[in-house]
Design a protein around this ligand. Sequence first.
Ligand code: ATP
Length: 871
Amino acid sequence: MWYSKNTSEVLKDLNVDEKIGLSTEEAKNRLSKYGENKLASKKKKSIFQLFLSQLADFMIYILFAAAFISGLMGEISDAIIIVIVILVNAIVGVVQESKAEKALEALKQLSTPKAVVKRDGALVEIPSEEVVPGDIIIIDAGRYIPADLRLIESANLKMEESAFTGESVPADKDANVIIDGKVAVGDQHNMAFMSTLATYGRGIGVVVGTGMDTEIGKIARMLEQEEEDSTPLQKKLEQLGKYLGIGSIGICLIIFLVSLFQKRDVFEMLLTSISLAVAAIPEGLPAIVAIVLAMGVQRMIKENAIIRKLPAVETLGSVNIICSDKTGTLTQNKMTVTKFYADDKLLKIDALDYKNKTGRLLIDCMMLCNDATYSENSKTGDPTEIALLEAGFRYDITKESINNRHKRVDEIPFDSDRKLMSTVNAYNDKYRVFTKGAIDSILKICNKLLLRGELLELTENMKKDILKAVDMMSDDALRVLAAAYKEVPSAHINIDEIEKDLIFIGMMGMIDPPRLEVKDSIALCKHAGITPVMITGDYKNTAFAIAKELGIAENLDQSISGEDIDKLNDEEFSNKVKSLRVFARVSPEHKVKIVKAFKAHGNIVSMTGDGVNDAPSLKAADIGVAMGITGTDVAKGAADMVLTDDNFTTIVSAVGEGRNIFSNIKKSIVFLLSCNLGEIITLFVAILLNWDSPLLPIHLLWVNLITDSLPALALGVDPGDKGVMDLPPRNPKESIFGGTTKLMLPLNGVLIGALTLVAFRVGENLYPNSVPHARTMAFVVLSISQLFYALSIRNDRKSIFQIGIFSNHFLIIAIIVGIILQASVITISPIAQLFKVYSLTIKDWGFVIILSLIPLVINELTKLILRNKEK
Ligand code: ATP
């Protein structure tokens, strides 16, 4: 048992040196020996199974039966065509579905957690699947544990192990204990388990088991159900699909019954009704929506946004408030200390004297109470802390040397609730507590002040002077960190006693310039009806100075601090929140309150976060956004979207992309439904008027094949319209068929149906003795008018010339392919015979083309009128 051995035994057994870790070579060997560090997952459907599942549909069974009966009755050509159509349909379905699945699979890969391991003596971040037994893993708060570990170092480490123990209170961990006998997982205090979460402190562990060879692996089978993520729109479409299905079958039944009364050929009308039902039910719709979503999501990855939950794509388009962290998201997170305050003076950092007692303590505190590393060629850790080390490096003090001189014996890590961090360090045979943090938090725990070598009581007046200096620094947008210390007799003091009765030393102020591109994004947000809001742990004046520079806020009244939020009751806060743009000195709980207050006014809110405690606010927001670089695994786990570049601008482009995806899905749906309506109307009217049937079953199936597949998909991948950010956010409650759609959809259906009937009647008049000839004309108009009509659906305001006729290459290809196929069917004689159609004359062609252009022209004219009216 790993937990009953001491750490050096464990390391020896695993043949690894704690300081160096495994070599890349050895890690590779072990990876091939032990396999990837992941849990076995469900088997995926094979292509053949996917294919079969396409055929497992009631309507398809009926079609098969129809083909079989046609064959028996000697209509071999009908039978062959029906079977071909079914097979081609199924193949298109398989291609679409596997494409959608692959895209989603790629997404999953991207969002798998990473692990920090020591390899060849250096710290590297690798995908947790590549972790092998013997790897040395670095643990800090907010990270998931990538494999089963035996701890070899721990500092106040706490672990959330509820998956094993059901206990939601985090378990304390200690690398130094050795446990005898056989104990339960929950009692193995020197171990950390795959998939559990470090909530506090830090530590180092060596991997003792990976993949299915872990505790979680043992119970993996129980956790295997994967959740299906479908978006609200997908769910609504599923409903709609059912209604449409029932509706179409109803209409087909009526057509069939009416034709029975009319004493038509029973079998032919049965086949026609079934084909119409197959053509009218948009069975390709779910796959198209899935592909459009998946492809949009892939485009977003290229723009640095990873969507973790598919429904987020839709919600993104409706976001009207973007709450963003300041540090690193709106700013560059490249900090440089420029000023310091000590001994009652605010000076440039060059003026700091390390020989002076206060100056020396200020540097010692900022460097010792610090977890970053800094050398000329490598910097790791929190940029705030790196900047502090850099300030010390000016005096040739390195983190390593100062750490060796004053060993750390205890610590309380930084967290954004306390806004403090403390360490206890050895000074010869004495010990010093060093605390650094937000100035307000530091002043609350200090009762003395160091002034030119003297210890003085910290009076209210002195505090006022200090805060004046803070205001001066923060009005210049400097981020201020304060330092305090005290001497203690022993290394072991009670943790509650550490951050208490401290001596104020001084402060350092650092610049963190805004990101260059953010100012434009903020302007774009406002133009698009989205309100940007800054939420930060930083000091109010610092936050406001940056917000003003970026255009988020104009005057100080638009900002509030966490402390002031606490003074307001819920109602007061809810009333005030509308006018606020900057929330400073907030803790993670405030973030939840802010999100809820905004949401209560009917806003769709996106919120960013990175820390362990940010998960609740990310979940509360409509779109939780986690930072990919600085974010903890917990924040990423709770988020709907992860930014791989931590940049505000990425959120704004994701919103634009979200709006585009939604409008593209809408285009496909409207196209499919209006075309299918056209088909139903054609047959329904013809039968009611007791005409000859204008279309044969195979014509319907064929039109369905060339219009429902490629053109509908091409509309779904329409290139993004820059104009989407000229409009206000979409009201999420508004139906996809709202606005002009509720009129244009049926209108276009009627139009397509009417034109097909016109073509048929004209054909009958031109060729009085040849119904097939008239059918051919109807057949061509039905398919080609749909293809042309697709062009004008691309935008419901702009004309096809304004958006560029050829700007959607896929659609152009789909239309050309459609026309060529349609023309081949009627001109290549063996195929024409199968379809029972005739080759058209040039004059016929001219006529059908003109008819087919009418829906396009009418739609364009309508848009023109609408545009003029809007002007
Ligand atoms: P944002 O929320 O926009 O990212 P932030 O980085 O200032 O801003 P927090 O990380 O919550 O937010 O930090 C809050 C405050 O705590 C900071 O303004 C700073 O004064 C202090 N602080 C930040 N990092 C540390 C640290 N490593 N040690 C001690 N104090 C810190």
